[in-house]
Design a protein around this ligand. Sequence first.
Ligand SMILES: NC(=O)c1ccc[n+]([C@@H]2O[C@H](COP(=O)([O-])OP(=O)(O)OC[C@H]3O[C@@H](n4cnc5c(N)ncnc54)[C@H](OP(=O)(O)O)[C@@H]3O)[C@@H](O)[C@H]2O)c1
Length: 196
Amino acid sequence: MTYAIIGTGNVGSALARHFARVGIDVAIANTRGPDSVAALADELGSHVTAVALPDALAADVVILAVPFRAHTDVARAATQGWAGKIVVDAMNTYGIAPEELKGLASSNLVAAAFPGANVVKTFNQLPAKLLAANPADNGGRRVMFVAGNDEAASASVAQLVDALGFAPIALGKIAEGGALLALGGPLVLKNLVKLG
Ligand SMILES: NC(=O)c1ccc[n+]([C@@H]2O[C@H](COP(=O)([O-])OP(=O)(O)OC[C@H]3O[C@@H](n4cnc5c(N)ncnc54)[C@H](OP(=O)(O)O)[C@@H]3O)[C@@H](O)[C@H]2O)c1
């Protein structure tokens, strides 16, 4: 599996730090090009590579850490199709009016923009500062909920979540589990730790 993080702000850089900490290769990209993140990539070491956006979108697993409305631009920036890829939705819908979601769970709206990709929602539920912290810093492992419509894709992302040091908890499909992770949902902003 190859991994890319799109967005190098609060959430993208927090996730990049985890990849670096555990030694999993990841590409990172934003709108401004690789030079703009050279300092972060240098600081994090050889497992984190700053690349141009279209190059990052060639990864098997593309993590969206961009403002919600930007996901459609990211989808369009790909030079190849999305079929068979996994898109991880780490976004929240701040500032998005409910009617803009057309009655859908936000990740299902994201799925419509990435035809053929399997969308898995995770990494959105903690404030960036807590997301950036070592998941083992309180003993045990910080919980990270995972929801997705495709079982294999969800399992693959749960494996990544686990490898990054979190305790993944599968919530099932987006319409049910994903709703618990939506902005204002009961599992958002909960700093839960799995012991043992
Ligand atoms: N902040 C939090 O505590 C938090 C917690 C959980 C989830 N979230 C969600 O995570 C997402 C990111 O939040 P954030 O706080 O990390 O935002 P941020 O600090 O503002 O960073 C946003 C990043 O997205 C990039 N970006 C924007 N449009 C793009 C595009 N079309 N193509 C490629 N990259 C693009 C920006 O690129 P440039 O650097 O080139 O401008 C920037 O690097 C949001 O959906 C937010 O709701 C945030």
